[in-house]
Design a binder for this molecule. Structure first.
Ligand SMILES: Cc1ncc(COP(=O)(O)O)c(C=O)c1O
Length: 378
């Protein structure tokens, strides 16, 4: 089966992990800090805290921005559940904003009418690696005094207005995921980037049980040099040195990975653009998508056959996927908010299929995918 995405690991990646296994530190050693520094520099952000997943990084970000049970937050239904879960874990109430029909990204033009008295922040998602209209979002957030998190789990290496996603020029915190299907991998892993020192310190503490060892931040007099303080409730959200070493080596290849993804998308477009089977999603103006996903939107005549098409593609070895079931359709959210319905998200869900795209997808495998698609749709 050719999957919709797959990690691309070479001998240098493997060597970098083995090197850590032979060293003194398996975790909390020099590699995590080095990975954070290199990632922050790549994105032109001041600070970076690496976590054991993007899920933890998102939760930490909501916590650092003081989201709590007295608040609501606005987010998108077209994402993986962790985007909304992060805010709900802090006790806050989600408000789902509908998406743009042709990108699947949250529609910034619909946000203002959703803002309520208790709304504290917005969590945007650069769906499939295609950046949101961040300038518009930031203007809205500034006007209403809201905080902004970019769940850029799909978008490491993507660009907006000539800068890498992660610069935090248009948001308070950016979060990345390093799950194997993502732009680079650390097996499991994530990171939160920010330009704000106070947020950075909170993110660091959140990763480590709410503990600080920084004497300048102590509330009480230290008992001695062994002293540390746990100032709020958290848990172990750490990434380890083997993962960070893998991430460092993967980062060297990131720009090449993105170019390869974009080349593959172009080949799909050359082949299928005028066939009438499906539409390609639109790249945001002034942005460069990282194409973590290649979402296509089935045209009428095929929408009704989506179940069968999905099944046939998989049976013939093309591992398509659907991104995503609108989050509010999940039983947990239905119970929490039974009346939510976003028409564009529903239509997007009905039409969307994610086709295989990843940097080490071989050209003969891509040709095989093209032939299978042609056979199933014709
Ligand atoms: C948009 C989005 N946010 C968050 C996550 C969670 O990432 P992780 O698996 O690193 O916790 C994912 C994972 O698929 C995702 O797609």
């Amino acid at each position: 089966m050719i999957p919709y995405s797959h990690q691309c690991i070479d001998e240098n990646d493997i060597e970098s992990v083995i090197e850590v296994l032979r060293s003194d530190f398996l975790t909390q050693g020099p590699k995590v800090e080095e990975f954070e520094r290199v990632l922050a520099d790549y994105c032109s952000a001041k600070y970076c805290v690496a976590f054991n997943s993007a899920t933890t990084a998102l939760y930490a970000s909501c916590f650092a921005l003081d989201l709590n049970k007295n608040d609501s937050f606005i987010t998108t239904p077209i994402s993986f559940v962790s985007t909304a879960n992060a805010g709900v874990c802090c006790g806050a109430r989600p408000i789902f904003c509908d998406v743009e029909k042709n990108t699947g990204n949250m529609d910034s033009d619909l946000i203002e009418e959703l803002i309520e008295k208790d709304t504290k922040l917005i969590i945007g998602v650069d769906y499939g690696g295609n950046p949101l209209r961040w300038e518009k979002l930031k203007n809205i957030a500034d006007k209403h005094g809201l905080k902004l998190i970019d769940d850029a789990s799909h978008a490491l290496g993507a660009e907006y207005k000539g800068k890498k996603i992660g610069s935090c020029d248009f948001c308070d915190i950016t979060v990345f995921s390093f799950h194997p299907v993502k732009p680079i991998t650390t097996a499991e892993g994530g990171a939160a980037l920010t330009n704000d020192e106070t947020l950075y310190k909170k993110l660091l503490m959140f990763r480590n049980h709410g503990i600080t060892k920084d004497a300048g931040d102590f509330i009480f007099e230290p008992d001695g040099d062994w002293y540390y303080e746990m100032q709020f409730l958290s848990f172990n959200g750490r990434i380890n040195d083997m993962q960070a070493a893998l991430g460092l080596n993967q980062l060297k290849k990131l720009d090449g990975f993105i170019e390869k993804r974009r080349e593959i998308v172009k080949l799909y477009k050359d082949r299928f653009k005028n066939k009438g089977f499906f539409d390609f999603t639109k790249e945001t103006k002034n942005a460069k998508s990282g194409y973590h996903l290649l979402p296509v939107l089935l045209n009428s005549g095929f929408i009704e056959r989506k179940r069968e098409i999905f099944k046939n593609l998989r049976a013939k070895g093309v591992g398509v996927q659907v991104h995503y079931i609108p989050i509010y359709r999940q039983p947990f959210y239905r119970k929490l908010m039974p009346d939510v319905y976003c028409p564009n998200a529903e239509e997007f869900y009905k039409r969307e299929l994610s086709l295989p795209v990843y940097p080490c997808l071989k050209s003969e495998d891509l040709e095989f995918v093209f032939e299978v698609i042609k056979g199933v749709f014709e």
